[in-house]
Design a protein around this ligand. Structure first.
Ligand code: MF3
Ligand code: CO
Ligand code: CO
Length: 286
């Protein structure tokens, strides 16, 4: 069944939302780009404790946004609710002012792979909506994303959503000290291939802690060149983007919105995790 007949188009973006001065901002806010992180990939127990809190708030923020999802609701309204929730919890919305990104979360609909800007487009019955929230609390970030159906969604979209979540979970289960980073993408890609889903390659998981994107790259496809060995205390995201069709993409003129070239729908799930002695602990739990 063909679900989507209308391509997503840009809509007006509302004025910038404010954050009280009492909430600490990441150092990149107000700059064109963040400074390069050159610290360790392994984090201290103190940092990990803080990340549990940032992760929890980021996960709760998605839940808050999700309660609004319905045909006719704009992604800007979802952004407003997420923004207000983060600020009420003394969290800074990490995306707001990150390399100039204008909003407090990413809302990516249907063929938008990621980095969709919340705007005045009303959600339509049958849309597939990805909400990606990152919270900055006490000097660290927690980053997560989930996919939702708007109203009634078609079976292909529902399965894509469900299986992309399972792909992420399988990737997380593959995390173990002593293995190479590449094992994560190998597991995700082999699962995606069973269903003939396209795996997005240009956008990846990443190290996250005091830095939003630390420079550690976690591909979601099989690439043995990513042979860095996984160690306890490493913190990073696993955030596969799977497409019903071809995963090749381009970016809109807004410099952000990433869409599939063939218009095929995409689902994405993301969690932030810390490597433990025998696996991984998910930090973005509501
Ligand atoms: N949260 C996204 C990620 O998973 C990054 C968004 S950056 C933005 O890495 F600038 F697009 F918001
Ligand atoms: Co991320
Ligand atoms: Co994210």
């Amino acid at each position: 069944m063909i679900a989507c007949v209308t391509a997503i188009k840009p809509h007006p973006i509302s004025p910038e939302r404010s954050v009280p001065d009492s909430i600490a901002r990441p150092a990149y806010v107000g700059k064109s780009r963040p400074e390069q992180y050159d610290g360790p990939h392994v984090q201290s127990p103190e940092t990990i404790t803080k990340m549990r809190r940032a992760g929890r708030i980021a996960a709760q923020a998605i839940e808050v946004g999700a309660t609004l999802i319905a045909p006719g609701v704009t992604t800007d309204a979802i952004d407003a609710a997420i923004h207000d929730f983060l600020v009420a919890n003394d969290a800074y919305p990490s995306t707001l002012g990150y390399r100039g990104f204008p909003k407090s979360c990413c809302t990516s609909v249907n063929e938008v792979i990621c980095h969709g800007i919340p705007d005045a487009r009303p959600l339509a019955d049958g849309d597939l909506l990805k909400i990606d929230v990152t919270a900055f609390v006490d000097g660290v970030h927690g980053d997560n994303c989930a996919t939702f159906g708007v109203g009634e969604i078609d079976e292909d979209s529902r399965l894509l959503m469900e299986r992309t979540k399972e792909a992420m979970e399988r990737g997380i289960r593959a995390v173990r000290p002593g293995r190479e980073i590449s094992v994560i993408g190998r597991v995700i890609e082999s699962f995606a291939k069973r269903f003939d889903y396209g795996v997005v390659r240009e956008y990846t998981g990443h190290g996250v802690h005091s830095a939003f994107h630390s420079g550690l790259v976690i591909p979601h496809y099989d690439n043995p060149l990513y042979n860095e060995v996984i160690e306890p205390g490493m913190t990073f995201t696993v955030e596969p983007m799977l497409a019903l069709g071809n995963p090749s993409s381009h970016v809109w003129d807004d410099g952000w919105t990433v869409v599939t070239n063939d218009g095929s729908r995409v689902a994405q799930w993301e969690t932030t995790l810390v490597v433990t002695d025998d696996g991984a602990e998910v930090l973005t739990i509501a």
